[in-house]
Design a protein around this ligand. Sequence first.
Ligand code: SF4
Length: 223
Amino acid sequence: MSIAERTAREQRLSAAAIAVELCRRCSIGATRQRSVYGEGDSCAELMVVGEGPGETEDRLGRPFVGRAGELLDRMLLAIGLPRERAYIANTVKCRPTLDDGTRLRNRPPDPAEMTNCRPWLDEQIEIIAPRVLLALGAPAAKSFLGPRFSITKQRGQWFEGPRGIPLMATFHPAYVLRLTGGEIEAVKRLVWEDLKAVRAKLDEFARLAQTPQPAVQIDLFGS
Ligand code: SF4
């Protein structure tokens, strides 16, 4: 990737992040503390998409921080990708909340919020043009693959994502952290299988990029 291309991408991402900070398409745009646009390598091969910012993300303006973020970092490192070499974002850029009378609680984004925010995500995917998309959790997977997608039955499978990019879904790190007992080991094994498949797909792209393509024979003189 040339320096000029990287700079152009970074400038577009910065401009979009400023526009997101001003966005008020949904009511959560007014209740959030900070927008959480996304972060990472503008030329990343892997783009990770979660559901939406939680309380800590909302406070810091960064995606996947706190315990779930630490687990995501370990998951990425396990397949040889330090967090800063991936790009990390969410389906919505503002924290969806529920006011229970005493405090604002996290909730999943509703379909209207995901629809409103989709142009921001689509633009990110277009700018970064990752080789692989990894959706974390059912809401993120459904935003790409439709409401009938089942995370328990269809995680670990390859689908065609936006712009024809290979897409896989796996369990959200926050879900893994909520599990207890024997279930946790079984789910961790499944997530590890999914991550290995992502690594294999990235390696496949890298091999293809290195394989010399057969020279195209051109009849310079016509026949
Ligand atoms: S969630 Fe997305 S579309 Fe809605 S206000 Fe926030 S940035 Fe705008």
